[in-house]
Design a protein around this ligand. Structure first.
Ligand code: GLU
Ligand code: MG
Length: 464
């Protein structure tokens, strides 16, 4: 039933009026599913106030959509086509999209039809971890690095299983690479800023047609919201300049992947626990424990932060994607790279970078499991092993094993086993969401069972 405007609370109506005054005709409410794929509903702006108050109806089966829009019915509680939940815009996060000026964008939360929490709501899972940290006096900052590949949109070769023709063939990191996408780059920086996303830097990356920008750190829920908004912003700028974007973990066989490295830091009373202590590189005891917690649960964490069949093709030794379970100080091959503070950069700069993280992760769940692992490390007072400054991929297996270094899970089945084996990570996701998440992973794995690397890259290339 449509809501009459007079029934809408004044606050919700004010948000809608504000957007309308700025020329917005529709507002797209976005969430990310268990494949890291953004899903959405758009409401005309005059219905936005009603949507804020009551949400819009969607099927609970979005929790069991697989990466290719199949619906798996293998998760008991969501195994029929019946039911309805509400998608509620988080109205204070609404922006007018600079790249699509007729439209507003807003992240959504998923609630039961009666407005109570829905256990499959990924944003809620992250909010719970942030609250848990706060109870312990802990605060977090998080920021994503976004790598992506640009090709010409009229280039169809990406659709026959071959590699898309990169927009630029020439030296990595060179200014000529930026010049090749000049109009796009200019629009992207302008639109990101107008959309409220602060960027640290933007460059032509290593791979063919590959680029990267990093989003300035924010509180975890904002960092996840902004990661979703950033994708929309990149897609719009690319479209406007006749380009096609792939955010996929691996775009073509044999190429470097697109990592979405996740940087986090933890503080207490405003003091960064990764700096100013007596541990290695200035870690405090709690900062060391945070890192050790991440390392302890790394296989289960990565089953959420790099969870797709395509993620597993990206993660390879020697590609700076983090293939083994170890940490290092500024070691770019490490799955956990400590970026320490320096007198030049200040204490706030210190953070831990998680390399095995990509666009196929739900950004809220990814941050939730990272926080959960780190918080548990602090609660348990863990101490990490010594940092490794070499590339253990060059070592013998025996030497790696002697240092407690193992390959991260390399198949969907190994990832599922790692997730099930960590009581802490399962608890962070909750029983229902863990079940749905694993059912989706199994559906994806079954679909990809007979595909080689090139076919997987092709199948996942344009999803994110
Ligand atoms: N492209 C690499 C990856 O797959 C990362 C390269 C870098 O460290 O910037 O994660
Ligand atoms: Mg990079």
């Amino acid at each position: 039933m449509m809501m009459l405007e007079s029934q809408v609370t004044t606050e919700a109506q004010r948000d809608a009026d504000e957007l309308e005054k700025r020329g917005v005709v529709g507002v797209t409410i976005v969430w990310a599913d268990n494949n890291g794929i953004p899903r959405s509903r758009t409401v005309p702006v005059d219905q936005f106030g009603a949507a804020v108050q009551r949400g819009v109806g969607v099927t609970p089966l979005f929790a069991v959509f697989d990466s290719h829009d199949g619906i798996t019915f293998e998760h008991g509680p969501l195994s029929t086509p019946s039911g309805d939940i509400r998608l509620v815009p988080v109205s204070d996060r609404a922006v007018r999209l600079a790249g699509q000026p007729g439209f507003g964008w807003v992240p959504g939360r998923l609630v039961e039809a009666d407005g109570s929490p829905w256990p499959y709501d990924q944003r809620g899972v992250l909010e719970r971890q942030v609250a848990r940290g706060a109870e312990l006096g802990l605060e977090f900052r998080a920021g994503y690095e976004i790598e992506f590949q640009l090709s010409k949109s009229d280039d169809e070769d990406g659709d026959d299983g071959g590699a898309p023709r990169p927009v630029f063939e020439g030296p990595s990191y060179g200014p000529a690479k930026m010049l090749a996408v000049d109009g796009f780059a200019e629009q992207l920086l302008r639109d990101l800023r107008a959309n409220g996303i602060r960027v640290g830097q933007f460059h032509g990356e290593y791979g063919p047609g590959q680029f990267e920008f990093n989003i300035a750190p924010a509180d975890p829920v904002s960092a996840a919201d902004q990661q979703l908004l950033a994708r929309q912003t990149v897609h719009a700028a690319a479209r406007a300049h006749g380009l096609r974007v792939s955010f996929a973990p691996l775009v073509a066989a044999g190429q470097v992947g697109n990592g979405w490295h996740l940087h986090t830091s933890v503080s207490r009373k405003g003091a960064n626990l990764l700096s100013g202590g007596r541990g290695p590189s200035g870690l405090t005891a709690d900062g060391s424990a945070y890192l050790a917690g991440l390392l302890r649960d790394l296989p289960a964490v990565v089953a959420v932060t790099a969870p797709s069949v395509c993620s597993l093709e990206r993660i390879r030794p020697g590609f700076w994607s983090g293939a083994y379970t170890f940490w290092g100080v500024e070691n770019r091959e490490a799955s956990l790279r400590l970026v320490p503070s320096t007198p030049l950069l200040g204490a706030a700069h210190a953070n831990v970078e998680l390399k095995p993280s990509d666009a196929s992760a739900n950004p809220y769940l990814a941050l939730a499991v990272v926080l959960a692992a780190g918080i548990a490390g602090i609660e348990d007072g863990l101490t990490p092993p010594a940092p490794v400054q070499e590339d253990p991929g060059q070592w013998s297996e025996d030497r790696r094993a002697a240092h407690g270094i193992h390959p991260l899970p390399a198949t969907a089945a190994e990832q599922a086993a790692a997730l099930l084996a960590s009581q802490r990570i399962r608890a962070a996701l909750g029983e229902e969401l863990t079940g749905a998440f694993l059912a989706v992973r199994a559906a994806d794995a079954a679909r990809a069972a007979d595909l080689d690397t090139a076919e997987v890259a092709h199948a996942f290339r344009w999803l994110y």
